[in-house]
Design a protein around this ligand. Structure first.
Ligand code: HGY
Ligand code: MN
Ligand code: MN
Length: 418
């Protein structure tokens, strides 16, 4: 069952749509598209138009995901769910997320043009917030679909002091209706997400696609250090309780610790110093931590050690410290039966089967709460991601589309009910 139309046509369609979507951004010249913003709405409208062109019904759900549905041989059948996220980090690349959504839409379009219906429905979901840029927690859209959305997140505030609840209302959504986005477990036969690798392995081995084995868990924390603001010209160094130099010591301790533990990665991506004036000793500093490694126990041990190190540094410096976990996700294994079907599709398209873990998080780790999941990786240049230089070659985009379409046409639901 190869693609009736040349893969090159699918690849060109996908790349053209990637470029069109990339133009929708909060700021010209870079790609920034965060949750519940005008650019989120514009991107949703664009995706729904492509979904309808591909023969799907399309709608925005209660949390801002776009959901396209292509019925099977009869209406209302359980679905194979495909998709990824369409929000981005700030100054992002154009492939992280959108490649999975747009490739899935293109594959359904190919089926539609052939009048092909399958013994199951297909749902393509563009998840509204996987990156967690605007509000500290992440996987918001996929958690809503999985029925695991934590309503306490509605009280989180963005950098302008707007709560998620207020942002949802301003977007035209009802914060009280998020539960309606949840799918019943039996309704989803399996979930397959196509995504760029965001790492160097496929490129290093000269492979266009890969089969994901597991997705590493992650812990995100928010740290606040409080000292004493003061006059930069009059307070002697020995009498200062400088929150920013305290944060600097903590941040270097995080780096040193993670460098000393193989496979552990720690990142401080955001920092803010108050009051933020050249001639004022910073009285308060907030920074974020992102800690990851393949094993959940090792990650939790690292978080414990780093928390203790930060608290000790704060004590030495006479600083108050508050540390809160803003996001936690366990390591999730891809389901063997579904991963095997992905591997078979890769082999059937003539590509080497290369299993590899994902250090990056994905919506698949949230959907795993209601359905078995698997992932297809597509090679990206230099493994670069979360950066404007992120890039996937047309040939690799075609390879991903061929594998995903082959997977769809050969998909055989596992008998076990979930
Ligand atoms: O942070 C991650 O791993 C994903 O890109 N959101
Ligand atoms: Mn990302
Ligand atoms: Mn992503």
């Amino acid at each position: 069952m190869t693609i009736a139309e040349p893969a090159a046509a699918l690849g060109r369609e996908i790349v053209a749509h990637i470029d069109e979507l990339a133009a929708i951004s909060a700021e010209p010249g870079v790609i920034t598209r965060v949750f519940l913003t005008p650019e989120h709405r514009a991107a949703a409208d664009l995706l729904m138009g492509w979904m309808r062109d591909a023969g799907m019904s399309a709608a925005i759900d209660a949390i801002g995901n776009v959901v396209g549905r292509y019925e099977g041989e009869q209406d209302g059948l359980p679905c194979l769910m495909l998709g990824s996220h369409y929000d981005t980090v700030r100054n992002a690349g154009r492939w992280d997320g959108p490649l999975g959504v747009i490739t899935a839409i293109a594959c359904v379009g190919a089926l539609h043009r052939r009048g092909r219906r399958l013994p199951f429905a297909i749902e393509v979901v563009g998840f509204a917030d996987e990156e967690g840029v605007r509000f500290a927690s992440t996987l918001l859209g996929s958690r809503a679909v999985a029925g695991t959305f934590d309503a306490r997140a509605l009280d989180s505030i963005d950098r302008d002091g707007i709560t998620m609840r207020e942002a949802l209302r301003a977007f035209g959504l009802d914060p009280g209706a998020i539960a309606t986005a949840a799918h019943a477990p039996g309704a989803v036969l399996g979930y397959v997400e196509l995504h760029i690798e965001q790492g160097p392995v496929l490129e290093a081995e000269g492979l266009p696609v890969g089969v994901v084995s597991a997705i590493s868990g992650a812990t995100r924390l928010s740290v606040t250090l409080t000292g004493m603001a003061g006059h930069a010209g009059t307070v002697p160094m020995a009498l200062r309780r400088d929150a920013l130099t305290g944060a600097a010591e903590c941040i270097l301790a995080i780096e040193t610790y993670c460098r000393g533990h193989a496979g552990l990665v720690g990142t401080v991506g955001q920092i803010a110093a108050e009051p933020g004036a050249t001639n004022v000793i910073p009285g308060r500093v907030g920074f974020t931590m992102d800690i990851r490694t393949a094993g959940d126990d090792r990650r939790k041990a690292a978080v414990g050690d780093l928390t203790a190190a930060i608290e000790a540094a704060a004590r030495r410096r006479g600083l108050e410290v508050a540390i809160t976990v803003t996001h936690e996700n366990r390591t999730v294994n891809c389901a063997g039966w579904l991963k095997a079907q992905v591997a078979a599709a890769v082999a059937a398209e003539g590509y080497a089967v290369r299993e590899l873990p994902s250090g990056a998080g994905h919506d698949a780790m949230a959907i795993a709460d209601i359905a078995d999941m698997a992932m297809i990786f597509v090679r990206c240049r230099g493994g670069i991601s979360h950066h404007p230089d992120e890039h996937a070659e047309l040939g690799d985009v075609e390879a991903g589309a061929k594998v995903l379409l082959r997977l769809i046409e050969t998909f055989s639901p596992r008998d076990n009910a979930r």
